[in-house]
Design a protein around this ligand. Structure first.
Ligand code: MG
Length: 390
């Protein structure tokens, strides 16, 4: 068996390093041919010395000469999107909207995209969808919920007609059960303390606001073509059921496993086969209960903001995702209170104007820019208000 050639865009982050764990565990099955980072070159160099990729990418041009000197065996390419051509499967683990070129180039090259960068699909659905028809192109989601749905859908041969509902599970994040009053003074540290998943800071804050789940609703709509009315979110604090698909006959398939991202990563790399290395197994004698509850949509308003953007479609999801990135950065920098994350995004959405013509990637990039501008403008007045109140 020839090894699957893997490129990783965003190799220094949480998903990138866990992808290398999966490769390390099955060296005969996978071979790393490309690694890319935005600026963490020390991590890149150490990874490249261990895995010997043929190509490396550094988004920040200031660091390229240093990387080239440290890695004489590798070719340094200009952008992470340049890593896509040489691989059988590209892991897009870039954080945020910056992952868009990797998604577009991978699908246009007819390669399998192991998608951890949900923002690119959410923001650019109208541009990404036609590229999925490229011969050989395929998206296998690395997001655990969508990986679960992908697995459940293998239980039907007519998913377009036999699926009646997708149920995405949400851990509820660190603030599950808390009230809005209670949450006005929470710290960045508290928001970063996720109860079940270990992830990067941006997605962990998104998880605390349920924006992550809202973005995942849009992601599920784009990936699986299911209407928003048929995508439900249910809080499941144990994070063992990763999501479910209900079929027209009332049967529900669920995917259960321990919460470890190396499982969806390995699934996406090996698809349609399965890897041989188990990342933990469920002990059914220890697992005494699985709880499910409705999300608190009043406290966690970002969930419905995402439904609103998803239903509107067009460039609004790009605008929402951009405004969210700005609000989360501001919260992480200590400039914004946690409840104001939703307030900033909502006020930003009110400034959105849809383009009149069919959307291209330039429109999506412009919607992203305008979403950031709107959020920064709203933030300016929010910070002034907060200071005046304190
Ligand atoms: Mg997820």
């Amino acid at each position: 068996m020839n090894a699957v050639r893997v490129s990783i865009a965003g190799s220094s982050g949480s998903i990138g390093t866990q992808t290398l764990d999966v490769v390390r565990a099955e060296p005969d099955r996978f071979r790393v041919v490309g690694l890319g980072v935005s600026s963490s070159i020390d991590v890149l160099i150490a990874q490249a010395i261990e895995f010997r990729p043929e190509f490396v990418a550094v988004a920040d041009p200031a660091h390229r000469a240093e990387v080239a000197a440290a890695l004489p065996f590798a070719t340094v390419v200009d952008s992470m999107a340049d890593l896509t051509e040489f691989a059988d499967v590209v892991v897009n683990a870039v954080v945020g909207f910056a992952g868009l070129p990797v998604t577009l180039r991978t699908l246009a090259a007819g390669k399998r995209l192991a998608l951890a960068n949900k923002e690119s699909l959410i923001a650019a659905g109208p541009v990404v969808q036609p590229l999925r028809a490229t011969p050989g192109a395929e998206i296998v989601p690395v997001d655990s919920e969508h990986c679960a749905v992908h697995q459940c859908l293998r239980a039907t041969v007519r998913d377009g007609v036999e699926v009646s509902r997708i149920v995405l599970t949400a851990s509820g994040g660190p603030f599950r059960g808390r009230t809005l009053d209670d949450l006005s003074a929470v710290t960045v540290e508290q928001a970063l303390a996720h109860p079940t998943w270990s992830m990067g800071p941006k997605i962990t804050i998104d998880s605390s606001t349920l924006m992550n789940k809202g973005l995942e609703v849009i992601e599920a709509h784009e990936l699986f073509g299911v209407d928003y009315d048929s995508i439900e979110v249910v809080v499941h604090p144990q994070s063992v059921v990763h999501s479910m698909v209900e079929f027209t006959d009332g049967c529900t398939m669920a995917q259960l496993s321990l919460p470890d991202m190396r499982l969806p990563i390995g699934y996406a790399l090996a698809h349609p086969e399965r890897i041989s290395t188990p990342y933990g197994r469920i002990d059914w004698t220890e697992l005494s209960r699985l709880d499910f509850a409705e999300p608190d949509r009043r406290t966690f308003r970002c969930l419905d903001l995402a439904y609103r953007a998803g239903r509107a479609g067009g460039s609004l999801p790009a605008f929402l995702s951009a405004a969210n990135e700005v609000a989360v950065e501001s919260f992480l920098a200590g400039h914004l209170r946690w409840p104001d994350i939703a307030a900033v995004i909502e006020a930003s959405l009110d400034e959105h104007v849809e383009f009149a013509e069919a959307l291209t990637s330039e429109h999506i990039i412009e919607a992203d820019r305008l979403g950031r501008v709107a959020a920064r403008r709203v933030l300016g007045s929010t910070i002034v208000t907060s200071k005046a109140n304190s």
